[in-house]
Design a protein around this ligand. Structure first.
Ligand code: GLU
Length: 253
């Protein structure tokens, strides 16, 4: 039974195919998270979706270039995203908190210590930290590859019992997902390089990461003693069975 977990939810779980926020699915995820909290599980949510939420609010003039466009979209979208989380968690009498971090904050030093202390204090107060990369300032090579990498760092910082990574696929398949003859791989050993051959090049629409990054982060995190559960965030009640039944995705450990 996991007592402390990190749950990372990707853009494709939080947004619809047209890029707008999928409020219905976000609401279902918050319901499940509230259920875990009610069972006494301490958790941190890593949420993408800021750029997606921004896209819903504004069409940004392309003349500014890609970096400025991403900054503007994430800056306005992060507010929209947190507004939604605040309302949904309040419906369960829960408080949530916004935590924005950059890659540099995870280097040993004052920022690392401050972040660690902040997480401890929030969790002590039964608040749900909702973490995203600070996309407004993380615009160069100092960026995380994606939020999977951020989630792995937070998992190690807090030495949690498990890292759950939810995307729009069930997990790692031994062939193209959805094609007959492809099977879900239930368990992968942290050091098993052979599974990398199964990774499809094609990424699902909006998110920055992909299965290759997920596996790389999962292997690193599992080697640090934290099992990683890959699963489909659009599957009903996927989180409810956490630690109880067989996980319906891929476990890397
Ligand atoms: N931080 C980005 C956002 O909130 C997403 C990064 C990713 O796709 O992992 O939109």
């Amino acid at each position: 039974m996991y007592k402390r977990v990190i749950i990372k939810v990707g853009t494709n779980v939080l947004t619809r195919p047209d890029g707008r926020l999928d409020v219905t699915n976000i609401s279902h995820l918050v319901d499940q998270i509230a259920g875990l909290k009610a069972r006494g599980i301490s958790l941190v949510l890593i949420s993408s979706g800021a750029v997606g939420a921004g896209r819903e609010l504004l069409t940004v003039d392309d003349s500014f270039g890609d970096v400025a466009r991403r900054q503007v979209l994430s800056a306005i979208g992060q507010v929209r995203l947190m507004e939604l989380y605040r309302q949904l968690f309040a419906g369960h009498d829960l408080l949530c908190a916004q935590v924005l971090a950059t890659k540099g904050d995870f280097r040993a030093g004052l920022h690392y210590d401050n972040l660690h202390n902040c997480f401890r204090a929030l969790l002590q107060d039964q608040i749900v930290p909702v973490v995203n990369e600070n996309d407004v300032i993380a615009v160069t090579e100092l960026m995380f590859t994606d939020n999977d990498e951020l989630a792995g760092q937070v998992a190690k910082m807090l030495a949690v019992d498990a890292l759950v990574i939810l995307s729009s696929v069930d997990g790692l398949y031994d062939g193209p997902p959805g094609e007959s003859g492809s099977h879900l791989i239930r368990e992968v050993a942290a050091g098993d390089q052979s599974v990398l051959g199964f990774v499809q090049e094609k990424k699902t629409s909006f998110g920055r990461g992909g299965m290759a990054t997920k596996l790389r982060i999962a292997a690193q995190t599992a080697k640090a003693g934290i099992p990683v559960l890959l699963g489909n965030g659009r599957r009903r009640n996927i989180l409810t069975g956490l630690g109880r039944d067989q996980w319906p995705g891929t476990i890397v450990k």
